[in-house]
Design a protein around this ligand. Structure first.
Ligand code: MLC
Length: 364
């Protein structure tokens, strides 16, 4: 494809370099608007859910025949911002929240404490999440974390909030991903062949919303505040599939509680059982000499936000990139066998404020 072949552009906002109507800005500075006067452009602001909401939007543009090829762009460079500036902008994104600074980690921490009280999640189970994710990341050449953590290292790291240490936070990073979604007709015309087992397709999408930040009183938190269950239900329904049909999961994990809730929401385990599921996977890994088996734990094989890296609203796109690699059988030493036929990717925005789930298939 050439730049001028693009008929649609979807972009998510950037924290480090914000622009009014980010997608229009990108289309203008790249010259895309001049090359294609019929370009359809949209900025999506659902926070970290943005890339998956972008897939929903691109798919709708194609179904409505506004465009045959749509690029989804996510980019940010929050590692290049100095720490104080990052902290100010990140705190500012949840303006009005009655939370200590850093507000975002404290917001998730409040939900983690709620889960501990409600379902018996333990502090160790939370800390096992980055241990598992670091084992995954150590196999990916593009990940920031290249050495697996031990449980003691995670628990002993600098405390950021009451039940959150530094190693349990989304890891600030610079990064960008562009994804092109096209119609089946365009695919056949461009590649001269039908969709096959190496061509990923979008088979269903679901979205749902929650509040921008937690209630001032933790007693007011309820399971209905988490929108991921609803988004997953809509995605499964539109794909006419269920959790057992999925062979790879790319779950948003900005903090361990987000990952644990996601395990429950997408149906990998029951409500309130995410901590036990993580502990079982951790024990399995320890019994296996510290090697995490991707066949038994086909989740975030790239290492997720805590260990692969988290450039603000980009990271859900890394879930998609990893899903595409797994579906194409191109995930190298991280490859799940037999090659997955269906993948679920989840993006979460704000502090459990937006959920977008997409189900991808392998084109056969
Ligand atoms: C930081 N470091 C880490 C790390 N985070 N190392 C491993 N794993 C992590 N997760 C390291 C840095 O590389 C650096 O190392 C040192 O710790 C200090 O990092 P810092 O970021 O400069 O420190 P500080 O200013 O004190 O801030 C720490 C922090 C901050 C945890 C408060 O990084 C933070 O707020 N992180 C969370 C980011 C966040 O909230 N993202 C959005 C998630 S919500 P060295 O060697 O250079 O000293 C979401 C939804 C949405 O995703 O909509 O966006």
């Amino acid at each position: 494809m050439e730049l001028g072949d693009l008929q649609g552009l979807v972009a998510v906002p950037s924290l480090s370099d914000p622009h009014f109507m980010q997608a229009h800005y990108l289309a203008t500075v790249s010259g895309l608007n001049r090359i294609n006067k019929r370009l359809v452009v949209r900025t999506i602001d659902t926070g970290g859910a943005g890339p998956i909401s972008g897939i929903a939007t691109a798919t709708n543009m194609i179904r409505s025949e506004w465009a045959e090829t749509v690029a989804i762009i996510a980019s940010d460079s929050v590692l290049s911002l100095n720490s104080r500036e990052f902290a100010n902008r990140a705190d500012g994104s949840v303006e009005g929240a009655d939370l200590p600074t850093p507000r975002i980690p404290h917001g998730y921490d409040m939900y983690a404490q709620w889960h501990m009280k409600t379902y018996g999640l333990t502090r160790e189970q939370l800390a096992m999440v980055p241990v598992l994710m670091s084992a995954m990341a150590s196999r990916h050449p593009g990940a920031l974390c290249r050495t697996p953590y031990t449980l003691d290292e995670v628990l002993g790291a600098r405390k950021v909030a009451p039940v959150t240490s530094l190693l349990e936070c989304a890891r600030r990073a610079d990064g960008a991903v562009a994804l092109i979604v096209s119609s089946e007709r365009h695919y056949k015309r461009t590649f001269g062949r039908k969709l096959d087992h190496t061509s990923p397709v979008v088979v269903g999408v679901g979205e749902a919303s929650g509040p921008l930040y937690p209630p001032a009183n933790p007693a007011d938190i309820s399971p209905a505040d988490f929108s991921c269950e609803r988004a997953a239900k809509f995605a499964y329904r539109s794909a006419q599939l269920g959790p057992k049909d999925i062979n790879f999961f790319g779950l948003y994990d900005c903090f361990p509680i987000c990952f644990i809730r996601a395990l429950e929401a997408v149906g990998i385990c029951g409500e309130g059982e995410g901590g036990k599921y993580v502990e079982a996977a951790y024990n399995d890994m320890i019994r296996n000499g510290g090697k995490l088996d991707v066949q038994r734990f086909p989740i975030n094989t790239h290492g997720g936000l805590q260990c692969f890296g988290a450039p603000w609203e980009v990271p859900a796109m890394y879930n998609v990139v990893e899903a595409v690699a797994q579906l194409a059988g191109a995930a190298c030493e991280r490859q799940i066998f037999p090659k997955p036929k269906r993948a679920l990717v989840y993006g979460n925005g704000g502090i459990f404020s937006a959920s977008s789930v997409a189900i991808l298939g392998d084109g056969v």
